[in-house]
Design a protein around this ligand. Structure first.
Ligand code: DGL
Length: 275
């Protein structure tokens, strides 16, 4: 399919959301090869049953490992909530980095004891999230909203149109009226609408995107396991999508000002095949 590499970092998401994590990994570790996988045939993951997401994530992981990934970053809160535990069990030798809504940093940040969490229905409904809240949100009031339709708007590149604004207004207005002073972005797509969120929230609300911390964690784990890429040669970027490769290239240009060689794949009987 593509030339086989041995040392890339595999990064997966339902769509372009994980690019908000990739950009921080790239910034911190510009010499690493990055292999990005967008499962755009199945986006959004948010409303899907956990069993489906586990199956997709397992196939994508297998593909990224076969393409030469030395580590897998599950750059998707929904897939981490559903599948991370299973992936770690299935591939005990592979380092995995997952995502979760930054409720712990949010609980430290809030002055009023009121936080807003924006994440998908799949993340909110997961045992992993319930656990997180039980550990770090004691004594806090948490306002949650799954922002229906927001992921699709971002996938369409509509970062600032009226519909996107409406979705965010509906989610944020009740939280802000209730006195929330800290917002946690618990879906990797949402940092791409940060300017709109900021416009609605005003300057005094803290907004937490966990991606920079995730990138630092990636570096720590690579160092601990001596998997870090040495030297200063800039790493290559590759992308794979189960959607439209041209469209992903256009979107990555719009979102990150980066374009990378992109291959299309198709799902055939629950397996990934070249398109
Ligand atoms: N970007 C993903 C997340 O962090 C998933 C969004 C979706 O596909 O619903 O949760």
């Amino acid at each position: 399919m593509t030339q086989k590499r041995d040392k890339g970092i595999g990064i997966l998401d339902s769509g372009v959301g994980g690019l908000s994590v990739l950009r921080h990994i790239r910034e911190l570790m510009p010499n690493e090869d990055l292999l990005y996988f967008a499962d755009q045939a199945h986006v959004p993951y948010g409303p899907r049953p956990a069993a489906e997401i586990i199956e997709f994530s397992a196939q994508i992981t297998q593909f990224l490992l076969a393409e030469g990934s030395k580590m897998i970053v599950v750059a998707c809160n929904t897939a981490s909530a559903a599948a991370l535990h299973h992936l770690r069990q299935d591939y005990p030798q592979v380092p995995f980095i997952g995502m979760e809504p930054a409720v712990k940093p949010g609980s430290r940040q809030t002055q009023e004891g009121k936080i807003g969490v924006l994440a998908t229905a799949g993340t909110f409904g997961s045992p992993r999230y319930a656990n997180l809240m039980a550990r770090y949100a004691q004594g806090l009031v948490a306002y949650e909203d799954p922002c229906p339709g927001l992921v699709q708007q971002i996938e369409a590149g509509h970062l600032e149109d009226e519909k996107t604004k409406d979705i965010l207004q509906k989610a944020l207005s009740p939280m802000l009226a209730a006195g929330v002073d800290t917002l946690v972005l618990g879906c990797t797509h949402y940092p791409f609408v940060l300017p709109l969120i900021r416009q609605i929230s005003g300057p005094d609300v803290a907004i937490i995107d966990p991606a920079p911390a995730v990138a630092r964690q990636v570096l720590r784990v690579l160092r601990d396991r001596r998997l870090e890429q040495r030297g200063s040669v800039t790493g290559a970027l590759y992308a794979f999508t189960t959607g439209d490769a041209d469209r992903l290239q256009i979107l990555s240009q719009q979102l990150l000002d980066l374009t990378f060689p992109t291959s299309a794949l198709v799902w055939s009987q629950s397996r990934l095949q070249p398109a």
